[in-house]
Design a protein. Structure first.
Length: 720
């Protein structure tokens, strides 16, 4: 009897073990793969070696990956410097070249020759030449018992020295960053190209298909890509924009696989993930999802509702607020997914179990026990103490961000400070510059009626969410003068001269002293100053001293985890916008009872979502025609056109535009998002539901070739 039970149980255990022998969590440092990951990667199906991914002696995959403008990733896909990234990463460049006559956002843009490629001021592409561990030298003067600021200046002094003595070419730069919460330091020698030109972009009805409704959602049908090209000086080195610059001859260009992927195929994503916090203690995870995310979601929810109601009835407001709405909605939606995901996977319980295991192992080791006694409790305790301050910080930053009038007040205040420090003689010149900037940026897309209505909602929420002791002084005084009623207060605030460009210009066009006098009494400016002062006096000072303590304990706890689990668990450093590789498998998932998501989408799904004329789900006529004729050229499979797929690669913001590579290191897709249920991967990665979303490279090629007829670009690429 017993035997009969034992046997199936044994089989199950073995199955579980064999299923779990690989881990897909982790954003790994490319120069450490051979020691830490190569064996596992090969076990999962990888056919190349760690040296093919990162090498300083020969061209390797890393030489094809760039940080795109510091906020996204892009990759070189031809030996003429052609760059592939997301549509949403190229969005502001595409927007800047767009006008009503040439609306590239709406209609797409395709340069038919090198001459037609468009330059983008301020956009850059940074390659990583080599990475070095400089921990020892960086921490050389750090002594036990140092305060946080003493420690930091001891480190900064050493870092300056390292920067000065490290060998590099004249056109290269050096970046040093802390890892593992400041326990380790790595140095990057980089090369930044500043002439990056726009080459091609599909219309938004392909590149942003599904827009906010589909954002963070699977199944997905977005062709989220755009093309750029790196130009170099005639010597091949980085150079400022010049029409004489030439397409870059890269050290390495990715080859492209036409084979697609199937379930369980090995994939890796290589790029620049921005920020994660995977090693927080349970109290911090709880605080993040239950308090901080909730506060930010609440504020944005109210702001978005107001904007949406106006966008629906006023086409002018719809244009003005489209980008702001998308920007605000992106993380609003992400945080909601994060809150739900942590709950659904019992993320807090998981942390508590991890902490119990940590404590058990710690207690088994007398030396470590002595070194780290009380650490975890103390860290959790500091997180409890910091909570009301952190919560207020988030309410404050959402208030100032979403009520644009407060934003304008801050801009005017810093302009006046600038005049103050340069001298009143400079006033006229500085004023012209300031006003021109305000006109083309702030007021271009500003509607004071929308803003007024947002302010009523958010001021109320702020007072509800922030403890009374943090809302004292002049701030409380102004509320009292307005009977503690946000409607009355808003009415007064919006009599401000900052509510329109013309009114602001009228004030500033007076002599300097008169302008200052009038602005001093402006209700929006006085209120913004009172708000900021109450925050600085009562919140940000205690917050920063508590934060310094938390940072110190968090750094020690990071080291403690690495010591306690030494040999039992591998640790990857939290994302910090440096080059990382993550790997996983193409995989479906089941987010909740009776729901199973397949791992591929097809053009058929685009047509299922098609709503003629809709701003999110319209489909271009040419694409419908190609679909009807099944005219997919060499890019379709069995009469179908693949569009997107998912896998268990551990990615985050900044990984947008990163290449998805197959077992041979060939390009199979372009990373651009994560699934709704898995956005909590930034604090609590769970392989059962965390998936990254990629557009299939064949869909990208199909759009370039069959939809746009830009075969000159296809001819540059190496298709396998
Ligand atoms: N969620 C993706 C990321 O975080 C895509 C955002 C762009 N798309 C949008 N509809 N806002 O960047
Ligand atoms: N969409 C994100 C980005 O732009 C990627 C992510 O958060 O998964 O980087």
């Amino acid at each position: 009897m017993l035997q009969r039970i034992v046997k199936p149980v044994m089989v199950m255990v073995l199955l579980l073990i064999s299923h779990c022998t690989f881990a897909t969590e982790g954003m790994w440092l490319p120069q450490l793969l051979s020691g830490l990951n190569e064996k596992e990667m090969k076990g999962m199906g990888m056919k190349i070696s760690a040296a093919d991914i990162y090498s300083i002696n020969k061209g390797s995959l890393k030489d094809a990956i760039v940080s795109f403008g510091g906020f996204c990733t892009a990759e070189v896909i031809s030996d003429q410097g052609l760059l592939l990234t997301n549509h949403h990463c190229g969005y502001s460049s595409i927007q800047k070249h767009s006008s009503l006559q040439n609306n590239f956002l709406e209609n797409g843009f395709w340069a038919r020759s090198l001459n037609e490629e468009l330059s983008n001021e301020g956009l850059f592409a940074t390659f990583i030449i080599r990475i070095e561990d400089v921990t020892k030298a960086a921490l050389k003067d750090v002594k036990p018992g140092m305060s946080e600021s003493e420690r930091q200046s001891a480190i900064d002094k050493r870092l300056n020295e390292i920067r000065e003595t490290t060998k590099k070419e004249s056109w290269q730069d050096i970046v040093i960053k802390p890892f593992y919460e400041g326990n380790q330091y790595f140095l990057f020698v980089t090369e930044t190209y500043k002439d990056v030109r726009l080459v091609g972009a599909p219309p938004s009805s392909i590149g942003k298909f599904g827009s906010d409704t589909d954002n963070w959602v699977w199944p997905r049908h977005t062709g989220d890509f755009s093309l750029f090209r790196i130009y170099a000086g005639k010597d091949g080195k980085p150079a400022a924009y010049s029409k004489d610059n030439v397409p870059l001859k890269p050290k390495y260009a990715l080859t492209i696989s036409m084979k697609g992927v199937k379930k369980n195929d090995f994939t890796m994503v290589f790029g620049f993930p921005g920020r994660t916090t995977e090693y927080l203690p349970s109290e911090a995870v709880k605080q993040t999802v239950e308090i901080l995310d909730a506060a930010k979601v609440e504020m944005r929810d109210a702001a978005l509702k107001v904007i949406d109601s106006y966008m629906r009835k006023d086409p002018q407001i719809k244009i003005q607020y489209a980008a702001k709405y998308a920007g605000t909605a992106n993380y609003w939606k992400k945080w909601m997914g994060e809150m739900q995901g942590v709950k659904r996977t019992d993320g807090i319980g998981r942390k508590l179990r991890y902490e119990a295991e940590y404590t058990r192992l710690l207690n088994d080791n007398p030396a470590l026990k002595q070194q780290y006694a009380g650490l975890l409790d103390s860290l959790n305790d500091y997180y409890r103490q910091i909570q009301p301050y952190a919560q207020t910080r988030d309410y404050y930053s959402e208030l100032v961000k979403n009520v644009e009038l407060f934003n304008a007040a801050d801009l005017v205040i810093s302009f006046l400070n600038q005049v103050n420090s340069s001298g009143a003689a400079q006033y006229t010149e500085l004023r012209e510059k300031f006003l021109a900037g305000m006109k083309s940026t702030f007021y271009q897309n500003y509607n004071s009626t929308v803003d007024h209505d947002i302010s009523i909602e958010l001021l109320n929420l702020y007072n509800k969410g922030v403890p009374e002791t943090f809302r004292g002084g002049q701030y409380a005084e102004i509320w009292k003068q307005n009977n503690n009623d946000s409607r009355e207060l808003a009415k007064v605030l919006f009599t401000s001269s900052l509510t329109s460009y013309d009114r602001l210009a009228k004030v500033l066009n007076q002599p300097y002293a008169n302008a200052v006098e009038q602005l001093k009494n402006d209700p929006a400016i006085s209120f913004a100053i009172a708000l900021r002062n109450s925050f600085v006096d009562q919140v940000s000072r205690p917050l920063s001293s508590l934060q310094a303590k938390v940072n110190q304990l968090q750094r020690t706890y990071m080291q403690a985890q690495m010591d306690v689990f030494a040999g039992k668990k591998r640790f990857y450093p939290d994302a910090n916008s440096t080059l990382r590789i993550t790997y996983g498998k193409v995989d479906s998932y089941s987010p909740r009872d009776a729901v199973d998501y397949d791992y591929y989408t097809y053009l058929d799904g685009v047509m299922e979502k098609y709503v003629p004329g809709d701003y999110e789900f319209d489909v271009p006529a040419k694409l419908i025609e190609l679909y009807k004729k099944k005219d997919y050229g060499r890019y379709g499979v069995n009469g179908k056109m693949p569009v997107c797929f998912i896998a268990s690669n551990h990615t985050t913001g900044g990984n947008s535009g990163s290449p998805a590579l197959n077992a041979y290191g060939q390009l199979v897709g372009l990373n651009f998002d994560r699934t709704w249920e898995g956005t909590m991967s930034d604090i609590n990665y769970d392989p059962s539901i965390c998936r990254n979303i990629m557009v299939d490279i064949r869909y990208v090629l199909f759009i370039i070739d069959k939809y746009a007829g830009c075969t000159r670009l296809i001819n540059e690429m190496k298709l396998m």
